[in-house]
Design a protein around this ligand. Structure first.
Ligand code: P6P
Length: 339
């Protein structure tokens, strides 16, 4: 009986990858499948958010000082629930939790990996039905296997990620993840409830026509950032400007679009907030890893994002990510800031 191999599910794909790496234990494949399961459960609630009283503010504020929507908590709980009862993760760090969650049980302590999550990024858009997303990064532990994981496992530079990815809950629900072997996208088929390989070997176009920035902060940006934004708006023989400005205000949606079509996403520092808004560990690092594997670049305006040695779980970083040629144009403009 011939098995339908036309469309690989996420499970089949990760098992296929496992077969291609003789030394692999299967732990990473299981971990990715666990994240896929949590994503399916989150997707159900996101898709009916407008129908049940799961909207609205949960009444608490997270470490960012932002009011927490109920779906944020739900998404966080789903991820903990699946990973804590899995066999591939020793603990997680999350935007929704002030401290890391160390699973500390006999099986989890034997796990090789820890995960960092933004369980539901862009949650302020939930009430207006704009695409939102889950972001994750996976690290191999540096602490002793067999004992509880430690904060040092989470404060590794992004270059140490063994995998990173996101789920975008949009017109369709997609899971995109990267390992050093490549970036692959899976679209959820609601008929069979499986993520199916729809975007194999994603490459970020080296050039693009889209730039993403919050123009409202324009006069708070540095001279170099303002010069780059002006260049994007002007005819430019070398860069092919003017570009199109697209900014959804939901990073997962903005970066996903630019990854597929080509473009640059920016969240610069400002006079009031020199470190910007985005979190290094579970927003910038995963996307920097994904886009670099796909052929793009990611910096904080001065150095490669993936080289930054974190010091705090929730530290912020200015963030510029996207097509390599557009990033080179940006870096040229940012030289103005070093004078
Ligand atoms: P601003 C959503 O809250 C988020 O963290 C990212 O998803 C998004 O790119 C950014 O903030 C938008 O921030 O300040 O432009 O509204």
């Amino acid at each position: 009986m011939s098995i339908n191999r036309q469309v690989l599910t996420l499970d089949e794909f990760t098992l296929q990858q496992l077969r291609n790496i003789p030394t692999a234990t299967g732990e990473l494949s299981r971990l990715l499948r666990d994240i896929g399961l949590a994503a399916k459960r989150i997707n159900v609630e996101v898709n009916k958010a407008g129908l049940v009283d799961i909207l609205g503010d949960y009444g608490t504020t997270n470490i960012q000082g932002e009011e927490v929507k109920k779906l944020d908590i739900y998404a966080n709980n789903q991820l903990i629930g699946v990973l804590k009862h899995g066999i591939s993760c020793a603990g997680i760090g999350s935007e929704e939790m002030d401290e890391i969650e160390i699973f500390d049980d006999e099986v989890s302590n034997q796990s090789k990996y820890v995960c960092l999550f933004d369980p539901l990024d862009g949650s302020s858009n939930i009430d207006v039905n704009v695409s939102i997303g889950t972001i994750f990064g996976i690290y191999k532990r540096v602490s002793e296997i067999g004992k509880p994981c430690k904060m040092e496992d989470f404060l590794q530079p992004g270059v140490k990620q063994v995998a990173a990815g996101y789920i975008v809950y949009g017109s369709s629900t997609m899971l995109v993840y990267a390992t050093r072997r490549g970036v692959n996208g899976f679209t959820l088929d609601p008929q069979i409830g499986e993520f199916c390989l729809s975007h194999p070997n994603i490459q970020c176009p080296s050039s693009g026509k889209i730039y993403s920035v919050n123009h409202g902060n324009f006069f708070q940006y540095s001279e170099g950032v303002r010069k780059y934004i002006n260049n994007c708006q002007n005819k430019n023989k070398t860069t092919g400007g003017p570009y199109t400005q697209r900014y959804i205000g939901s990073m997962v949606a903005d970066v996903h679009r630019n990854l597929i079509k080509g473009g640059i996403f920016t969240y610069p520092g400002t006079i009031d907030k020199p470190k910007g808004k985005l979190r290094l560990l579970y927003e910038c690092n995963p996307f920097a890893f994904i886009v670099e594997v796909a052929g793009g670049k990611a910096t904080n305006g001065k150095e490669r994002i993936l080289d930054i040695k974190p010091t705090e779980l929730h530290q912020r970083s200015p963030f510029f990510v996207g097509s390599s040629n557009m990033m080179a144009e940006l870096e040229e403009c940012l030289l103005l800031d070093n004078k």
